[in-house]
Design a protein around this ligand. Structure first.
Ligand SMILES: Nc1ncnc2c1ncn2[C@@H]1O[C@H](COP(=O)(O)OP(=O)(O)OP(=O)(O)O)[C@@H](O)[C@H]1O
Ligand SMILES: [Mg+2]
Length: 294
């Protein structure tokens, strides 16, 4: 009874082998096909990445040219409005003075927007220079206080700068840091009708400093927290619509913070207020000079 098995044995074996071989062949063919597909996909991905890079470059260049070209006309509008407001060419009626004032404010807002766009374009093109220097936080805060004093016209709102105590001197680009804080503060003032806007600085672990701008304003609903730092992102609510600018301030702030080796964050509760913060290293990485040299 064992013979048939022995007889059919090699036959079945050969058949199985042939079958396995067939399977292997078709598997190999399938694999080759998949491989070709992957290679094609890679090539496509490369092409798309290249396209994206070109598009980004074009966008940055367009932004840079456009905002640069806008500067001259905006500046001439501003200087003509200033001449009118100063009554260089004769007196103005109250209504005319009001209108000229309106031209001045709008032109200033426009000039700020153009500057923001130009900065964003420069950062994206990698053409923004970081010039770090040693400075004291007290000086930074007092410069900011001076800048905001003229615009604080709401008697129900106070702007407080906490005395930065026991904090080391910073070695970073103070103008970029100041630009970030200016954006935070002007937003806080814009979206707070009463209460206070408080600016403070605290030392953090790993030789970092956290600057916080806290307000008692309208707050931001949780679903918008992730997006407020994106380009042109603005919260969709009636109050925000009435007060909105271009939506570039925070995205610019985030990019500037990255340049300084730091990060930005927001905590906020609708109706209660918001806390915007930026954490940066006490000394700008890579460029930090040896201790003692300045
Ligand atoms: N302190 C805040 N309280 C409430 N909402 C805020 C606050 N700061 C920012 N936001 C929301 O985040 C959005 C984005 O802020 P961002 O500064 O980028 O733009 P903007 O102030 O509208 O315009 P820009 O700063 O370009 O003039 C704002 O439009 C607002 O909806
Ligand atoms: Mg803003």
């Amino acid at each position: 009874m064992t013979e048939p098995t022995e007889l059919t044995g090699p036959n079945t074996h050969a058949q199985a082998l042939a079958k396995a071989n067939d399977e292997l062949q078709s598997l190999r063919a399938e694999l080759e096909e998949t491989n070709r597909g992957v290679v094609a996909l890679y090539a496509e991905l490369d092409a798309q990445a290249e396209q994206l890079r070109k598009a980004t470059e074009l966008k940055s260049r367009f932004l840079a040219y456009m905002s640069h070209e806008f500067r001259a006309p905006v500046n001439s509008i501003r200087s003509i409005a200033r001449l009118l407001a100063d009554r260089v060419d004769g007196p103005l009626t109250d209504e005319q003075a009001r209108q000229v004032q309106f031209i001045q404010t709008t032109a200033t807002e426009f000039a700020e927007m153009v500057d923001d766009l130009l900065d964003l374009a420069k950062i994206e093109a990698g053409r923004i220079d970081i010039s770090p220097a040693w400075f004291e936080m007290v000086d930074l805060f007092s410069a900011l206080r001076g800048m905001f004093r003229p615009v604080l016209t709401n008697p129900d709102l106070t702007l407080v700068f906490e005395e930065p105590e026991g904090l080391p001197r910073l070695y970073t680009d103070d103008r970029k840091l100041s630009q970030i804080l200016r954006n935070f503060i002007s937003n806080a003032l814009k979206f707070t009708s009463h209460g206070e806007v408080r600016v403070s600085a605290q030392g953090e672990a790993d030789d970092r400093v956290r600057f916080t701008v806290a307000d008692t304003g309208i707050g931001i609903a949780p679903q918008f927290h992730g997006a407020v730092f994106d380009d042109f992102s603005q919260v969709d609510s009636p109050v925000q619509k009435r007060l909105r600018g271009t939506g570039l301030g925070l995205s610019l702030s985030r990019q500037l913070a990255t340049l300084l080796g730091g990060t930005v964050a927001v905590e906020s509760e609708l109706g209660k207020g918001s806390r915007f913060s930026v954490v940066i290293p006490v000394q700008l990485p890579d460029t930090a000079p040896a201790a003692g040299t300045e």
